[in-house]
Design a protein around this ligand. Structure first.
Ligand code: ATP
Ligand code: MG
Length: 573
């Protein structure tokens, strides 16, 4: 155990597990599972559950965590999702070893358990329509009413269930229900549906089944089949726990796992629901599940996020039972912290402005020595070519500079990073538009490396590239996907897509990057000096041009939030 682990208090789930181990429950085993439904791509909320389940398993000798696809709803599930989920869990840094399972592996067993319940008089076939079932269920304040089919004989139930399975009845015409208590204060216990008829092909079992088990029945039985000791899920399942326990108490199952609920991860300015994310994809609001604006793991990966940064977020937010919304600035803080340590620094100009150094010889090229990462001297240095025609950032020049603007302006001297001091001598404008088109500058040969021997100071240092040597590139600059801090919190009749940020993507097509990035491979990450962290997009090889996604700006809004929180706390005493 490292010192941070030994001094950090255990969260409430780890405390429960430690106590179970102390009394030698489950013979000292710790077996968890991550049970996604393959109906979409994983999002960062799932990362919290993955880190928790795989993390706990790794903390115990012989502990293990299963990856189980909860594939009980054939109408919404696809192989594409099964594959992406495995890729994402691996990418996050976790390994289920041989323990890959599917709820559909247990369809046979689940059927037999259902028959067991029928034989015990604890389940019955009900002919009410879905609307009638809802109507009979009652409300939070009124008890439900018994279905007229509730007292069918065991023989009749066995016969009808067998015929449901054989495909004799239409979809929706009958269901199998648990026979519990229509007056229970917990609505989940009012004879919940266990099986429904769905004449739909399943991605793994094909047309073998036309009845499919419901989540509540399938989940607890799957957990028990796999010898799960702690079945960790999110708070919305708290009210389902009595049902989870009821099924396992009635059935002759190998073990009875303990269900523990925790609060989901919510992040500001985004959404964590596969259903809503699917809508964004299907309606074309984003380019796909892996659009770098999406909170999906594949989107974050394409954006340039590292698994380390995501795991670090999950560690910082911890695990609790209280619902909360985490500021997305904290996620950005985590990626900055990670990339600051390891991303090589380079110079890239996003919106180029041509600069001609009039007193620099036409065909001369000088190699300037640049530091790859000031945080890590071991990353060394590289040479950056300097020549007579350069590009700087448009926003680094103002013809009429406001107060406190220290960058380049007519007559003003600034430093070019790793190169020389330059002074703006004249401005060339487009005759038609009046737009600044080119600057003419002079350089001081005595300032090579960035300092003046006479000790004169400049107030700004600009990044630049050599026009002839730089590479063409495109950059996609991202902002929050939603303008509303909590886009899930809507008035009646409102649609969450109304709050999509129209400026969530700005596409810059004429960027210029220093030549050391030639051949940069997709997924590699850099800090463009003064601009932010960028990651090479996977479409780069087929486009023939370097395509970058901006991962994050350099501005750390989280640090500001934290500072003001601390100040407020200090004021409060
Ligand atoms: P969604 O609403 O996005 O479809 P889900 O809960 O239906 O999410 P599942 O595929 O059933 O998605 O989730 C697999 C596991 O991940 C479950 O144990 C679930 O509790 C957990 N999970 C899902 N969303 C979050 C979240 N935002 N924070 C923490 N855990 C989550
Ligand atoms: Mg779900």
């Amino acid at each position: 155990m490292t010192s941070t682990e030994s001094t950090r208090a255990l969260d409430f789930i780890r405390t429960i597990i430690a106590e179970d181990l102390k009394v030698d429950k489950n013979d000292g085993r710790v077996v968890t599972r991550f049970p996604p439904e393959p109906n979409g791509y994983l999002h960062i909320g799932h990362a919290k559950s993955i880190c928790l389940n795989f993390g706990i398993a790794a903390e115990h000798d012989g502990g293990r965590c299963h990856l189980r696809f909860d594939d009980t709803n054939p109408t919404k599930e696809e192989v594409e999702y099964v594959e992406s989920i495995q890729e994402d869990v691996r990418w996050l840094g976790f390994d289920w070893g041989p323990h890959l399972y599917y709820a559909s592996d247990y369809f046979g067993k689940l059927h037999d358990y259902a028959v067991q319940l029928i034989r015990k008089g604890k389940a019955y076939v009900c002919d009410l329509s879905p609307e009638e079932i809802r109507e009979y269920r009652g409300t939070l304040t009124e008890p439900g009413r018994d279905s007229p089919y509730r007292n069918r004989s065991v023989e009749e139930n066995l016969d009808l269930f067998q015929r449901m399975r054989a495909g004799e009845f239409a979809d929706g015409s009958r269901v199998l229900r648990a026979r519990i208590d229509m007056a229970s204060p917990n609505l989940n216990m009012r004879d919940p549906v266990m099986y429904r008829i769905l004449k739909v092909s399943h991605h793994r079992t094909g047309d073998k089944w036309c009845i499919y088990p419901m989540y509540d029945f399938a989940h607890c039985v799957s957990d028990a089949q796999e010898g799960i000791t702690h079945s960790i899920c999110t708070l919305e399942f708290e009210d389902h726990r009595p049902l989870y326990d009821w099924f396992l108490d009635q059935l002759d199952v190998p073990c009875h796992p303990r269900q523990i609920e925790f609060a989901r991860l919510n992040l500001t300015h985004t959404l964590m629901s596969k259903r809503k994310l699917l809508k964004l994809v299907e309606e074309g609001h984003v380019r796909g599940w892996d659009d770098p604006r999406m909170p999906t793991l594949s989107g974050l990966r394409r954006r340039g996020y590292t698994p380390e940064a995501i795991r670090s977020l999950c560690e910082r937010i911890g695990v609790a039972k209280r619902e909360s919304v985490v500021d997305i600035a904290l996620l950005e803080h985590c990626i900055r912290e990670d990339l600051n340590k390891r991303a090589p620094r380079v110079m890239g100009v996003l919106r180029p402005l041509r600069v001609v150094i009039d007193n620099f010889p036409e065909d001369r090229v000088e190699e300037m020595e640049a530091v790859n990462n000031p945080e890590d001297p071991g990353m060394g240095t590289r040479k950056v070519p300097f020549s007579r025609v350069l590009y700087i950032e448009q926003e680094d020049f103002r013809e009429d500079p406001p107060k406190n603007y220290y960058r380049l302006a007519p007559g003003r001297e600034v430093r070019l990073r790793y190169a020389y001091f330059i002074t703006c001598v004249s401005v060339v404008k487009d005759q038609g538009t009046g737009e600044v088109f080119e600057l003419h500058c002079s350089y001081d040969p005595a300032t090579r490396g960035g300092d003046a021997p006479d000790g004169r100071k400049v107030k700004a240092t600009l990044h630049w590239v050599s026009a002839a040597h730089s590479l063409e590139a495109e950059a996609r600059i991202y902002d929050d996907l939603f303008t509303k801090p909590n886009p899930g919190d809507l008035e009646e009749g409102e649609d969450f897509t109304a709050y999509l940020n129209p400026n969530s993507l700005v596409h810059l097509t004429s960027c210029r990057i220093e030549p050391s990035l030639a051949g940069a491979v997709p997924g590699s990450r850099y800090q463009f000096e003064r601009q932010g962290y960028f990651c090479v997009d996977p479409d780069t090889p087929k486009s023939g041009k370097l395509l970058f996604n901006r991962t994050a700006t350099l501005r750390d809004t989280w640090a500001k939030i934290e500072k003001s929180q601390k100040e407020r706390q200090a004021e409060a005493g």
